[in-house]
Write a protein that binds this ligand. Structure first.
Ligand code: PLP
Length: 951
């Protein structure tokens, strides 16, 4: 055994554990367990064709070699991406800290108050800068956020508008090209008609319901939109504005000139460019849209004691939960990046941000003047950071690249230069030297940019305060910020404390060796639109990752573009749609979806313009094949696709899967496989083998990208031969199939920086290690199933009685004792564990997925906790709610209070099992009241006065 093998670090159970666990599950060997679990007709005959696994050391050296193939130029391309300075204190204490990056989405609010507070800060920052009332806790990227604005306003048309032909959406020609491409993708299936034009000359008709403006425009020009917005509103047309977050420090907020929705990216608040992502986009709107807003919102509420507590607001209204009535499918967003951007604002505060924005703006102003002195014409009248110079683009490009500088060249005679936080006086002089060389004149040397200069006219300048809240005015030294971050981190239970057995979410190890390269500027500091030759390291890595994923799924091609699983679903369905259209099957629009599917499936189908037909499940939890056959037959002329999760969301490898996929193919449909459960397939079987045509993968589940508290995600789609030509493209950088659909996300390869993690995972595990990971995931699940046997009943299992990589545990019988599934989830906190998935896909149950990364000792502690809780349940009765389960979780304040009025001991409350003593985790608030917060919706930090009154 090679002891430097990464596999040994990634997989939890030891060789000795293996024997004990096989004994417990009554299997002779791993092979026998797998034989009893996975149907024979889909088992792969041959090992995956992947390179031999690298050790951690080999991988580190390999990545340095690849990184050296990226050329980090000084880049002034702009177009929504700018070099930014990530404060080291945030890099080290958040980005590089598993306490933050391994956290799950904060559904269990009592053990997530830290990231909830960080996100509330983020929302407050967005509301302040945009001048809006309500902001969500991030979206996938600016272009996606703009598309969400377009569709939210579409769904919110007035009744009269819905009755008439009101389906036009005006898009300013100043919009970023990637946003326009994405709007097209999202508009087509909903029959929204995009009208692109000049906002200064455009005249609305009653066919328009909304409009989108870019602020500042892509040219860099800052327009005064006030009159336009006023005219639009007079005609009942709603306005969305895509705004540059840093510019809002100096410019009038879109809220102040009447915008209904404001979107944008927070990348330039300290987040690495990462060749396209991940970055947090923001979405801010008016209170009246609170029920329609996509994504998640964090809100203030109270706990059992009436103390302030935070939680995800309007939780049950998270759009995709509305299934085919949803107007958005957003599930995973960009939480970790939102936390970082919010912290950037906490660290710099209003004065720091003003300093940064002024420096950028002053630099642009001085550069404009200096280049004018050299005889060049600068085209922008009012600008924040971007100037446009009339010059021979080819000539400038050659001179610039020789000095390792990138500008943007909109046409043959224009050079666009977008400055940023990291631009120094030296950089300005390099830019000037390029132009002086081009003009043959002597360079003027800039020495000082400390004196503020502005070129923004008074009517466009911001006059209002922002970030007045205490949190943005308290932590400006590194010591203070470090401690603030730590204070929040301590409130959150993450994988560095205990296992998080989140069914369907695969919370496995996010290895340090996979994460380390993310801190390297050779990866971090590459703009997504640089010439491809400058990103050779990325190109090599991304194309290898595409090949690896193609091999693992048994398909023919992969697109890394989607930024989440749900975005992958939409992408896959749009590719299917394009395929049908290429064959003149324009009418194929029926999508069959089993009743147990994740809410994003029907939501994505509707977004792709399909009609959802739900198929039944049998009592055993499998797809009812007869019902499926009947519905496929009934809709055979219009069948577009089946969406199926495999193994099923019930945690079973349905043995009829090949029959199911062939029924769909016989009727001319394509099969979409939701790949969230891919951790039960890798190396054993694959979507190709079960007969699917396209799947998405959640790289943030199966392929080791950390969950980040709810993002980032990467949701690539892998497709069969016939769908490869339609893989999504990008309007700036050539990528995708020969008949590529328009963009699915803003950047050509989506969140490239995060892709490095999955590349590391696959490269260090290799074919063998990947297969072992799947086997151990199955073993661990079956081990838990066996240990809980006799205490809890497990719903559904395969034909030979085995669970897949996860299982559903029934908690409904405990209602007889007055105990709800939520009580169990909260009580687990007292035992130091995060609850498994609650009430998906079956209400009143939990879904447990241990993953391969947990060893026997941790699995035993988790089972011991559940078994102990089971005993507590049997002692509970319906008419006495004063018990440990109903009162859970117990806080340190409760247990150390001078009075103790509960009918059980403090030890029983807080230390019910012996292992807890040496590793106690204290929930920071008592049980959180969701309904109270929803009735009194507050989604920003309270104003400073609220604190003063209290004091
Ligand atoms: C997680 C999940 C999704 C959605 O993926 P996101 O990355 O959160 O968008 C879809 N289907 C299933 C079954 C899932 O578990």
């Amino acid at each position: 055994m090679k002891t430097d093998s990464f596999k040994l670090r990634h997989i939890g159970p030891s060789e000795k554990d293996l024997q004990d666990m096989l004994h417990t599950v009554k299997a002779e060997s791993m092979d026998q367990l797998i034989y009893e679990t996975v149907p024979d007709d889909i088992l792969l005959k041959n090992p995956l064709q992947l390179d031999e696994a690298m050790s951690e050391q080999e991988y580190a050296a390999h990545l340095l070699e690849l990184a050296a193939k990226n050329s980090v130029f000084k880049t002034y391309i702009g177009l929504g991406y700018h070099e930014a300075s990530l404060p080291a204190v945030i890099q080290r204490n958040i980005l590089e800290n598993p306490g933050w990056y391994t956290a799950y989405t904060p559904y269990q609010a009592e053990i997530a108050q830290g990231r909830l507070e960080a996100l509330l800060n983020y929302q407050t920052m967005i509301c302040d800068l945009t001048g809006m009332e309500l902001a969500n806790a991030s979206l996938l990227d600016e272009s996606t956020a703009a598309a969400e604005a377009m569709t939210m306003l579409y769904a919110g048309r007035t009744r009269d508008q819905k009755k008439s032909e009101c389906n036009k959406f005006f898009v300013s020609e100043e919009i970023l090209p990637q946003t326009l491409s994405l709007l097209k993708t999202r508009a087509i299936p909903l029959a929204i008609e995009l009208v692109i034009g000049n906002h200064e000359t455009f005249e609305f008709s009653s066919e328009f319901y909304g409009a989108l403006l870019q602020y500042p425009g892509k040219s860099g020009e800052v327009f005064d939109y006030a009159a336009f917005v006023e005219n639009a509103h007079a005609a009942d047309i709603k306005i969305a504005v895509a705004a540059d977050i840093l510019s809002l420090v100096t410019l009038k907020s879109p809220g102040s000139f009447g915008a209904d929705v404001v979107v944008g990216t927070t990348q330039r608040f300290g987040i690495p460019l990462g060749y396209g992502g991940p970055h947090a986009a923001y979405f801010a709107t008016r209170e009246e849209y609170k029920r329609n807003i996509p994504g998640r919102i964090i809100g203030v509420t109270q706990d059992t004691n009436g103390d302030r507590a935070l939680r995800m607001a309007l939780q049950t209204r998270e759009q995709h939960i509305k299934r085919d009535k949803a107007t958005s499918n957003i599930c995973t967003a960009q939480v970790l990046l939102a936390v970082m951007a919010g912290m950037y604002a906490v660290y710099h505060g209003p004065n720091g941000l003003k300093y940064i924005a002024n420096k950028v703006h002053t630099s642009a102003t001085i550069l404009s003047k200096t280049l004018s002195k050299l005889g060049f014409t600068q085209l922008n009248e009012n600008f924040f950071d971007t100037i446009r110079i009339t010059a021979d683009a080819d000539k400038i490009k050659t001179l610039a690249e020789a000095k390792q500088v990138n500008f943007f060249y909109p046409d043959a005679t224009t050079v666009s230069i977008a400055l940023n936080e990291a631009t120094t006086v030296k950089d300005l002089n390099t830019i000037i030297s390029i132009f002086s060389e081009a003009s043959g004149k002597e360079a003027v040397v800039i020495r000082d940019i400390s004196k503020e200069e502005t070129s923004i006219s008074q009517n466009l300048a911001r006059t209002t305060d922002f970030l007045t809240n205490e949190v943005f005015n308290s932590y400006h030294s590194e010591t203070e910020l470090m401690r603030y971050i730590k204070k929040l981190e301590r409130k959150d239970l993450s994988l560095n404390h205990s296992m998080i057995a989140l069914g369907s979410c695969t919370m496995k190890l996010n290895a340090a060796a996979e994460m380390l390269p993310l801190s390297d500027p050779q990866w971090g500091n590459i703009h997504p639109f640089v010439p491809i030759e400058q990103a050779q390291g990325y190109q090599e890595l991304l194309s290898k990752l595409e090949d690896q994923l193609t091999e693992i799924t048994g398909f023919a091609g992969t697109s890394l573009q989607p930024n989440s699983g749900a975005q992958g679903e939409f992408a896959g369905l749009m590719v299917i749609r394009a395929y049908h259209e290429s064959r003149n099957d324009h009418h194929r629009n029926i999508c069959l979806i089993p009743s147990s599917a994740h809410g994003t499936n029907p939501a994505s189908a509707v977004m792709a313009g399909m009609k959802v037909v739900v198929t039944k499940a049998t009592d055993e939890g499998n797809i009812d094949v007869d019902d499926l056959r009947e519905k496929a037959e009934k809709h055979k002329d219009n069948l577009a696709a089946l969406m199926v999760t495999y193994p099923s969301t019930h945690g079973v490898y349905e043995s009829a899967i090949r029959e199911i996929t062939s029924i769909i193919h016989d009727k001319g449909g394509q099969v979409y496989m939701d790949g969230a459960n891919m951790n039960a397939q890798v190396g054993l079987t694959n979507p190709g083998a079960i007969g699917a045509d396209v799947c998405h993968l959640n790289l943030h589940k199966t392929f080791a990208i950390p969950h980040g508290g709810g993002g980032p995600g990467v949701g690539p789609i892998c497709v069969a031969e016939q769908l490869v030509p339609f893989l999504p493209g990008n309007p700036v950088i050539s990528t995708g199939g020969d008949h590529a659909i328009t963009a699915i996300s803003a950047a050509p390869w989506g969140s490239s920086l995060a892709c490095i993690i999955s590349y590391g995972y696959i490269t260090m595990l290799g074919a063998d290690g990947l297969k072992n990971a799947t086997e151990y995931a199955i073993l661990n699940a079956n081990y838990i199933k066996e240990r809980l046997n006799g205490h809890y009943s497990t719903l559904y299992s395969g034909e030979r009685g085995r669970a897949a990589h996860e299982m559903i545990v029934d908690c409904r019988p405990f209602k007889a004792n007055g105990i709800e599934v939520t009580d169990i989830a909260k009580r687990l906190m007292d035992y130091g564990f995060h609850a498994p998935t609650v009430s998906f896909p079956v209400a009143g149950t939990v879904m447990i997925e241990p993953t391969e990364s947990e060893g026997k000792a941790e699995l035993d502690r988790f089972c011991d906790a559940l078994i102990s809780i089971r005993k507590e349940i049997s002692e509970a009765t319906k008419d006495n709610t004063n018990n440990m389960l109903k009162n859970a979780p117990h806080t340190l304040a409760m247990v150390t209070a001078d009075t103790w009025d509960f009918p059980y001991s403090r030890t029983e409350a807080a230390y019910p099992l012996s292992y807890i003593a040496e590793n106690k985790f204290w929930p920071s608030v008592r049980r959180v009241d969701d309904a109270y917060g929803d009735r009194n919706l507050i989604c920003t930090c309270e104003p400073i006065e609220a604190y003063m009154e209290e004091a």
